[in-house]
Design a protein around this ligand. Structure first.
Ligand SMILES: [Ca+2]
Ligand SMILES: [Ca+2]
Length: 375
């Protein structure tokens, strides 16, 4: 989607190949201070009222990003220090909240958020979302050096603000993710309203075209013993050159690199995952998944698509080293809110829990629909 290729200038103007509205934070560069930002802590699930903790925000004037073009250091950044928080506060309602210049109408727009950040302390991930739930990027693992990040948020409801929170790194749930202690710096936040990602009418996948990047997907790695889930979004990268032939306006695919897996990594537990727009009921439905895929390594591998945590999966398909279109059906034994794509050595349909193998593959144009159960 060409609309995403925008040139963000420090002056705060945007030059884009398609007309789209910048919804810059009221203050996104922190050159003169941190006006326009507040810190709020709340867990609405257990009631209570929002606690304003603006003392957790400060203006950082020394440790700032160097602009590689001008070779000048930014005059200021926003420092967020999460400490002494009330118990059980969750992302969406807890974090540094910046007012946007305008309320974003989500019927027509998603938000592309580009920012610079640096991790100072803690082992959590950055999560950017609309306040009060819904609309979140996948958690971002921040570097301890200044770095530029881009992420996509489908905010779901109109919103006048964005929340930058710091969440537990290995949380299985999309919501609510628990907020953890830590500290990070933010600078040069540029928010752009981009035309809503085109989704086939009945596609249950929030984002399977990958034309803007591998946003809204994640990689789960599961350790049986100790039972632990680790998210590894760094295993997903954007592929812009090696794309399926003959698809109009296709500008990107997703590269999945499965590596550093535990010896007992099993399918259902380990692989590239995406949330569905609504859970699909096993009582009357199955999933039909269409996609393009290409195997990069190893020499031979099968792709298995299934329900996260097990119980339902499609018969694994043998991938080839050329792009090819596939269609598989995932018979559901249990309701499922998400799907998982992984590489397995076996294509044996009867052996439903397969050992995951390390390797690399490309995915594009993934469409998931619910079809009537085949009795
Ligand atoms: Ca700055
Ligand atoms: Ca694509």
């Amino acid at each position: 989607m060409r609309a995403f290729f925008c040139l963000a200038l420090l002056s705060g103007t945007l030059a884009c190949t398609l007309a789209q509205a910048p919804v810059m934070p009221v203050n996104g560069d922190f050159e003169k201070g941190i006006d326009g930002w507040i810190f709020q802590a709340l867990n609405s699930a257990v009631g209570g009222k929002a606690t304003r903790m603006n003392e957790l925000l400060s203006w950082e004037k020394t440790d700032t990003m160097l602009d590689p073009k001008t070779e000048k250091k930014s005059a200021g950044a926003l420092k967020v220090t999460l400490k002494d928080l009330p118990p059980n506060v969750v992302a969406h309602q807890t974090g540094a909240i910046g007012l946007l210049g305008t309320t974003v109408k989500t019927v027509e727009s998603d938000l592309l958020v580009r920012f610079d950040a640096k991790l100072l302390d803690g082992d959590g991930c950055l999560q950017i979302n609309r306040t009060w739930g819904g609309g979140s990027c996948e958690p971002i693992i921040l570097s301890k050096e200044w770095k530029t990040y881009t992420t996509l948020i489908q905010i779901g409801y109109d919103s006048p603000e964005l929340n930058f929170s710091f969440v537990e790194p290995n949380c299985e749930n999309f919501y609510p993710r628990k907020v953890v202690p830590g500290a990070f710096l933010l600078d040069n936040i540029v928010v752009t309203a981009v035309p809503k990602l085109k989704v086939e009418a009945d596609n249950l996948l929030r984002y399977g075209s990958f034309d803007a990047g591998p946003y809204l997907w994640n990689v789960r790695r599961y350790w049986e013993n100790p039972r632990a889930l680790k998210l590894a979004p760094e295993m997903l990268t954007a592929e812009t050159k090696d794309l399926p032939k003959g698809l109009p306006d296709n500008t990107g695919a997703m590269r999945v690199t499965l590596k550093d897996l535990p010896p007992n990594a099993m399918s259902h537990m380990t692989g590239a995952t995406a949330h569905l727009t609504k859970p699909v009921k096993a009582a009357d439905s199955m999933l039909k998944v269409t996609f393009y895929a290409k195997l990069l390594s190893p020499e031979k591998a099968n792709l298995q698509i299934g329900r996260v945590t097990g119980g339902s999966n499609a018969v694994p398909v043998a991938l080839t080293h050329e792009w090819k279109a596939y269609e598989v059906v995932v018979p559901l034994v249990y309701d499922t809110p998400s799907v998982i794509f992984t590489l397995v050595s076996s294509a044996d349909a009867n052996d439903k829990l397969h050992k995951v193998i390390e390797g690399e593959f490309l995915l594009d144009q993934v469409v998931v629909t619910a079809i009537q159960k085949d009795w």
